[in-house]
Design a protein. Structure first.
Length: 74
């Protein structure tokens, strides 16, 4: 495998990993807020976590409203 091909392969894996982490944060973060509320987990009451999760959901909403289709999702 050539050096340039290896770098592109690593970058593609990195993009896929970041995409998966973002989707998991949006989906599992919502679940964690509800479960954490009843289990009294302190991190779900943290304003930074709540704002980050709200911004992530807002990005998904904006993509949906503009008709943007992520090539990794399709």
């Amino acid at each position: 495998m050539q050096a340039g091909t290896k770098i592109y392969s690593l970058l593609a894996d990195l993009v896929l990993l970041v995409h998966f982490a973002f989707v998991a944060f949006v989906a599992l973060g919502f679940l964690a807020i509800w479960v954490g509320y009843f289990c009294r987990w302190p991190f779900v009451r943290d304003l930074r976590f709540r704002v980050a999760h709200l911004l992530a959901m807002g990005l998904v909403l904006a993509e949906s409203l503009t008709g943007f289709i992520c090539p990794l999702t399709t």
